[in-house]
Design a protein around this ligand. Sequence first.
Ligand SMILES: Nc1ncnc2c1ncn2[C@@H]1O[C@H](COP(=O)(O)OP(=O)(O)OP(=O)(O)O)[C@@H](O)[C@H]1O
Length: 327
Amino acid sequence: MTGAVLQIEDLRVRIPVPGGRWVGAVDGVTLAVGSGEIVGLVGESGCGKSTLGGAVMGLLPGGSEVSGRVLLDEEDLRGLTDEQYRRIRGDDIALVSQDPASSLDPTFSVGAQVAEAIRNHRDVSRRAARERAVELLGIVGIPDPRARYADPPHRFSGGMKQRVVIAAALANDPAVLIADEPTTALDVTIQAQILHLLRDLTVRSGTGVLLITHDLGVVAQVCDRVAVMYAGQVVEQGTVRDLFARPLHPYTRALLDSQPAAHHRSGDLPVIPGRVPDLTEPPAGCRFASRCAHVHDRCATAPPVIGMPNGGQVACWLHQAVTEEVR
Ligand SMILES: Nc1ncnc2c1ncn2[C@@H]1O[C@H](COP(=O)(O)OP(=O)(O)OP(=O)(O)O)[C@@H](O)[C@H]1O
């Protein structure tokens, strides 16, 4: 993609674990997010989604080894010092995570926290930051924001807290927002409101969003494109419309078939028979082979990434005859 605000190229992340071993949590991921675009990153627990988000945010477990490139507006973030990273975090790149309560300081008012997010990165007066914070609280749908400015987080519901977190994250118009399961802790109706809020705000500001979720229902609601991650690798990516209408990878199909029905509790995880392989010793060849109904001798060799005529990509031998290899 040209003009991507976030371009991830052949990213690999290894995390050290006891016994001198390494978890290859992200293994050769290439992915782009355009301005104002929402790209869903889906997969079961343990597939490396949060580690990928952490690599973009510069927030990985100590001792992790990273290779590949993470370009933010064409600048490679991988060479940044901790201090440089601290400066761009909350400014050029921002994070909204699952639990709004842990993102907010219980001892400060919500308004002060949004104002601080502004003053950490902008040389503005307290008064100007306060006015902007009131405005932002209004934009994210906090009723009567001037009156609620001084209230501490515990006076807000989970959904309202997440709105405050979004206000703080978008305070400085970041180029990229990493939203890691932003609605998993919320009930279904509130979930939809928060997702639509994110969609409206980021499309309007041109912020590119990487939306990490295990829930394809969330992807269907707000994403433009989606990347399906399995065992540290992206196995399929494409537009939401194409991928839902015609999933190509057997893992994508299994994920779609396993999504909890609408009446189930929100936050339920998909259930696919078998489990994600141990990423300290990933299998050679296709990593989904042991769970795949279409497994074949050739799956003992890692499949190529194949470009489809509609612009999508899939890493599966089933489609090799269809078009050309991308890499
Ligand atoms: N701090 C850590 N120390 C050791 N291993 C880790 C650490 N963080 C992640 N991992 C491992 O990296 C792999 C990918 O984990 P990650 O949390 O990125 O996956 P995920 O898809 O985001 O899962 P979830 O949806 O449960 O958050 C897993 O095998 C996990 O055990």
